[in-house]
Write a new protein. Structure first.
Length: 173
C-alpha cells in the first residue's frame, strides 16, 4: 500500500504452506495482545497479510475473510451491522458496550462479580430502578460500607444502611 505507518509494535506470524493436492480451504487464526501503551487517539491496529506463494493458478491464493477482535472472553464487533443483530438476538455473547469515548459503559466487570453501568459522564436514570439486592453507593462490595437496602427486615420496613459502624435502620417516619 502507499500509506506510511510509523510502527511502534509489530508481531509477525507465519503458517506452514497447506497441501495443494486436495484444494482444501484452510482457516488460520492467531492471537495478539494490544500493547498497554496503545492510544486510540494516536495509534491504529493494522493487520497486513503477506503471501510468499499466493498464486490463483496454483491454488495457493490467500483470502482474508474477516478479522475478529476479542476482548476478555468474547469477540468485539468488526462488522457492526451483521454482528449487532446477533448481539441483540442473544446469539453472540459480549462483555459490554461502550458509547462515545468511554462516555458511557455497560459491562460485566473484569472480576466477573458485578454488572457495571457508568463511564466518564454522570449516569442518570429517568425511570425507576429495581435493585433487588440493594444499592452500593460507596463503591464497595455488597454487604459492606455504603450498601443500602430497602426491605421488610427484622426491625420493620425501611432503609437498612451499612456504614463504618455496621448496619443501621431508618424507618422513614
Amino acid at each position: 500500500d502507499n500509506v506510511h505507518y510509523d510502527i511502534w509494535h509489530e508481531e509477525k506470524v507465519s503458517f506452514d504452506a497447506p497441501s495443494t493436492f486436495y484444494g482444501d480451504i484452510q482457516r488460520r487464526a492467531f492471537t495478539f495482545t494490544v500493547p498497554k501503551n496503545y492510544d486510540i487517539h494516536e495509534h491504529a491496529i493494522v493487520v497486513k497479510v503477506e503471501s510468499a506463494d499466493g498464486d490463483i493458478s496454483k491454488g495457493t491464493a490467500v483470502c482474508v475473510s474477516g478479522i475478529q477482535l476479542v476482548t476478555g472472553r468474547y469477540p468485539s464487533m468488526y462488522e457492526w451491522q451483521a454482528q449487532s443483530a446477533e448481539v441483540y438476538a442473544g446469539t453472540m455473547p459480549i462483555d459490554g458496550l461502550e458509547f462515545g469515548n468511554s462516555h458511557g459503559l455497560i459491562q460485566v466487570a473484569k472480576d466477573r462479580t458485578t454488572f457495571d453501568i457508568g463511564g466518564t459522564l454522570e449516569t442518570r436514570f429517568h425511570n425507576n430502578i429495581r435493585a433487588a439486592k440493594g444499592v452500593s453507593i460507596g463503591g464497595n462490595p455488597f454487604q459492606s460500607w455504603g450498601h443500602i437496602h430497602f426491605r421488610d427486615g427484622n426491625l420493620g420496613v425501611g432503609f437498612y444502611v451499612h456504614n463504618a459502624n455496621g448496619w443501621h435502620f431508618n424507618a422513614l417516619g
